[in-house]
Ligand binder design. Structure first.
Ligand code: BDR
Ligand code: CA
Length: 311
């Protein structure tokens, strides 16, 4: 039986590739896509999620609009990375499929209450506002979650949006604190992993050479997206952050990490949104996350190429 997932997202080119990977994989059943404000404002993330579903010829997927701003702060966006639309790199048609009328938070709560206990996995790949709001409003759902597999945070890589913090956690640190403290099984893909999942010429050329529209669109997105990291880090290509979460559900053996304690900084101006990861287990605080540290990048791209070629 396919594993049921909800993707909570703020597309974003790398979010788009994560959604495509999930839609291309029969091992996963995407119950819905819940959108949040993050890389770009909510009106664009809801539009982009539907553009991606239509690109994959899946207008049947339910897409929901969620929170338009963080729990306690002003929204910070990342157009400097993803472009004005959030999906710069290729112009795709405006979506025709409708947005669902329910709020994303209600959909999360209703789905978790309705599906059998322990059968729904959440894949948050943007700020954690929707997930934390659902947990606050309906604490009974926490014990019903099979697993949360999220992209966010960093330890050895420290930060990307500030010297100390990764974007998804930084945008809504209060939400992250709620999710990391909730007690649900939690797997984290931090920058330590995603900065190893880098595109290169050979990989992008392989996407571009695929027949159909999807592979070439992925190549155009990564071409656009990589300019930022190449300039900043001098890296070979673009980090495909968000698809690491979906790849983990499909091939967990590609990743390795540790069960550790991770706390979220919400007080300090200097280190706001930092994931304080007890990698060396020096605090004695109980583990609350499986915090990943490494990925087999060749295996990851082999999987991604094989799956995207199916669309
Ligand atoms: C995360 O921030 C966003 O810009 C990406 O989509 C990813 O989810 C990486 O820090
Ligand atoms: Ca994202």
């Amino acid at each position: 039986m396919a594993r049921k997932i909800i993707i909570d997202t703020d597309p974003g080119q790398d979010d788009a590739v994560a959604i495509l990977l999930a839609l291309a994989s029969p091992e996963l059943e995407v119950l819905g896509i819940t959108c949040v404000a993050g890389n770009v404002p909510l009106n664009l993330t809801t539009k982009n999620a539907r553009i991606v579903c239509e690109l994959a010829q899946r207008p049947d997927i339910k897409v929901f609009a969620g929170c338009d701003k963080p729990i306690a702060r002003k929204l910070v966006t990342a157009e400097h990375v993803h472009g004005k639309t959030g999906l710069d790199g290729i112009t795709l048609p405006d979506p025709e499929m409708p947005l669902q009328t329910a709020h994303a938070v209600d959909f999360l709560i209703d789905t978790l209450r309705h599906e059998p206990v322990g059968t729904v996995t959440l894949c948050p790949i943007g700020p954690l506002t929707n997930i934390a709001t659902a947990m606050q409003r309906a604490p009974d759902i926490i014990g019903r979650i099979q697993e949360i597999v999220l992209m966010g945070g960093a330890y050895f890589e420290v930060g990307n949006i500030t010297p100390a913090a990764e974007f998804n956690i930084y945008v809504d640190p209060e939400a992250a604190k709620i999710v990391f403290g909730a007690g649900a099984p939690l797997t984290v893909m931090p920058l330590d992993v995603t900065h190893k999942a880098l595109t290169n010429r050979t990989r992008v050329d392989a996407f571009r050479a695929m027949p159909g529209r999807v592979g070439p669109a992925v190549a155009s997105w990564t071409d656009f997206f990589e300019r930022y990291d190449k300039e900043k880090y001098g890296s070979e290509g673009a980090p495909l952050h968000d698809p690491c979460t979906i790849a983990y559900l499909l091939r967990p053996e590609l990743f390795s990490g540790r069960e550790i304690n991770v706390e979220i900084e919400t007080g300090s101006e200097l280190t706001l949104g930092m994931t304080v990861a007890d990698w060396w287990r020096v605090t004695g605080r109980p583990a609350n996350a499986r915090f990943m540290g490494d990925v087999d990048a060749a295996g990851f791209f082999a999987l991604l190429l094989e799956r995207i070629a199916r669309l």
